[in-house]
Design a protein around this ligand. Structure first.
Ligand code: PMP
Length: 352
């Protein structure tokens, strides 16, 4: 091969996000909704897609989508911007609002895209380690942000992967105390109902992120939102690419958002399966050593498990074509349909 170039130091250090492409028959590893897009909306969906003007660029502001999302979450659409999944919103926030070398504070563990985009941007990533007992000491967290002159604080609540929440009081305390932009990723909001979205005009440094990927059965469409006060929104607009949400996705998300009653009933079904899965996992826990299988309470659509045999469990499930997430000594399993949950539980009984 001819020609020559060097890969940058930054790129050499980047650990790529690895997507598990195994063809599982039961897939419980990506926190997706196990419910398909509502059948009763399919006719509306095909009609909307049929009306998409494929020769034209999409609406730069996703106007209708943001209007409908505003109605859904009770916020004026002028405080809402849409993106190509919340992944894109995270990337824009990090690229646009930080200078190279600025410090970012997140949790360890948390959604890996925060660290991924921050490292790619050349930011200095600080992780507040929740430790074995998953302890969050808010004063230590705030002190770290202040001592290290952090410019961006970002975390998920309900928290991925543990399913716990950081309380509203704690979040607002952080927002008030730090001199940084605080991004609260509420991707799993619908499964717990706790939010700080109503505070975005009270604190100029607060931004909330939401997504259609979890509760709305639209992971394939890639639609996410940032909801924040004027200062953040104005500056975010400066760095967003003009046509970031394609017209097909804008149309699909608009259809579901016109039917909040269906979102609500689907969320209830997911919560009910999550509770079933959690209860049955706790029954398994009671029959084995604590070390071997410790199940954590959850407010999300998945359950977190600490296990000295995590690797063996993950691999044995994989052999049975059942996919779950595995991180070191921990596992994360999202709620599936009753059949999927039962298949997982039967396999776990066998393995343990
Ligand atoms: N935030 C969190 C906390 C997540 O867990 C995920 C997906 N796993 C996302 C954001 C990504 O959402 P989206 O599909 O909108 O990019």
């Amino acid at each position: 091969m001819m020609g020559k170039f060097n890969i940058s130091e930054k790129l050499i250090k980047i650990k790529p996000y690895v997507v598990d492409k195994t063809n599982y028959s039961v897939r419980l590893d990506a926190n997706e909704s196990f419910l398909a897009f509502p059948e009763e909306l399919k006719t509306d969906l095909w009609e909307a897609l049929n009306n998409v003007m494929f020769n034209r660029y999409p609406d730069t502001d996703s106007t209708e989508l943001c209007m409908l999302y505003g109605r859904y979450c009770g916020i004026d659409p002028k405080y809402i911007l849409a993106g190509n999944g919340s992944d894109e919103m995270i990337q824009i926030l990090i690229n646009g609002f930080l200078d190279c070398g600025d410090a970012v504070l997140t949790l360890k563990p948390d959604f890996s895209m925060y660290k991924f985009f921050a490292s790619l941007m050349g930011a200095y990533v600080l992780e507040y380690d929740l430790g074995e007992e998953l302890e969050f000491k808010i004063d230590d967290f705030v002190r770290l942000a202040k001592d290290e002159d952090v410019k961006l604080v970002i975390f998920s609540t309900p928290h991925n992967p543990t399913g716990r929440t950081i309380s509203r009081e704690e979040i607002l305390y952080i927002v008030d105390k730090v001199d940084a932009l605080v991004v609260v990723d509420e991707a799993y909001f619908e499964f717990c109902g706790e939010t700080v979205i109503d505070c975005i005009t009270k604190f100029e440094n607060l931004a909330v992120m939401r997504t259609c990927s979890k509760a709305m059965s639209l992971a394939a469409a890639r639609v996410g939102f940032i909801i924040a006060g004027e200062k953040i929104i104005e500056n975010f607009k400066k760095v967003k690419t003009p046509f970031n949400v394609n017209a097909l996705s804008q149309a699909a998300a608009a259809i579901i958002l016109r039917h909040p009653e269906l979102i609500k009933s689907n969320v209830e079904k997911i919560i009910s399966e999550r509770d079933y899965l959690y209860k049955r996992l706790v029954e398994i826990q009671k029959r084995v050593d604590r070390e071997k299988f410790q199940v954590y309470p959850t407010k999300s659509n998945f359950v977190y498990i600490k296990s000295s045999e995590a690797k063996k469990i993950y691999e044995s499930l994989k052999e049975r074509a059942i996919g779950i997430r595995f991180f070191g000594k921990n596992l994360r399993i999202n709620a599936g349909s009753r059949e999927e949950n039962d298949a997982l539980l039967a396999a776990l009984e066998e393995i343990l």
